[in-house]
Design a protein around this ligand. Structure first.
Ligand SMILES: *[C@@H]1O[C@H](CO)[C@@H](O)[C@H](O)[C@H]1NC(C)=O
Length: 227
């Protein structure tokens, strides 16, 4: 019988060169505008997607455009993308098409929690801002997001794994990034917001495989008062 520690060591080696880290109570800090700083996320299961939900938390002082979550494939650099061009809206891309979600401008900057889901069956995109659903909008009904993604935080990819533009780079802090290959229920979304994670994510903040490119730092989550 193989002793457990050796078995674990073998499993760790088999999982490749990317460590898996529990980033609970951590953030990625993006200190400045940049055309190179980014975090690349690695997913072991590279299946095509007909449904997904992405949730994350972020805090920025930016008023210019910035990309939050860029999922590029060989068929589309915007196969799935969450990006802000204006402080009063979010743009969500699926397969290169876009829907925009208007939001009230914030009185003062603070952490925001967002979840975005898409379902190929009806094309509906759900957008949740701090646990509240916005009216659903649809796009790309019947579409399939290609396998083999290049997944990047902090930059918009205009090509597979690159084509970063400093004018859309993120500055601030990002935390609690998760992706599920399905549409989460209302209960699921509310759980995620409180860091209780629904089962079987493809990207899991509490066990994240990632590579940092250039100036991005893993730091403690500084919990604001009143949260
Ligand atoms: C970056 O984006 C700006 C604004 O959209 C554009 O004018 C500029 O050409 C882009 N730069 C690169 C290197 O793509």
């Amino acid at each position: 019988m193989v002793p457990l520690p050796s078995l674990l060591l073998v499993l760790v080696c088999l999982s490749g060169s990317f460590g898996q880290k529990d980033l609970l109570n951590k953030v990625f800090a993006f200190p400045a505008s940049s055309s190179t700083a980014a975090v690349v996320l690695h997913v072991s299961n590279q299946e095509p997607l007909t449904k997904l939900t992405v949730c994350l938390r972020y805090y920025t002082l930016l008023t210019r455009p910035y990309s939050l979550f860029s999922y590029a494939t060989r068929s589309s650099s915007n196969d799935f993308l969450i990006i802000r061009f204006n402080p009063d809206e979010y743009s969500v891309y699926v397969g290169g098409s876009v829907v925009k979600f208007k939001v009230a401008p914030k009185e003062k900057p603070s952490w925001d929690h967002i979840c975005v889901s898409w379902d190929s069956t009806n094309g509906l995109v759900q957008f949740w801002l701090n646990g509240e659903p916005l009216p659903r909008q649809g796009l790309k009904k019947g579409y399939t997001i290609s396998p083999e993604a290049s997944i990047v935080l902090g930059q918009d990819q205009d090509s597979f794994g690159g084509g970063f533009n400093i004018t859309q780079s993120f500055v601030g802090e990002i935390s609690d990034v998760n992706l599920w290959p399905r549409v989460l229920s209302l209960t699921g979304i509310r759980m995620v917001r409180h860091n209780i994670d629904p089962r079987d994510p493809l990207i899991k903040w509490k066990s994240l495989s990632y590579t940092i490119k250039n100036e991005v730092f893993v730091e403690d989550f500084l919990v604001p008062q009143g949260v």
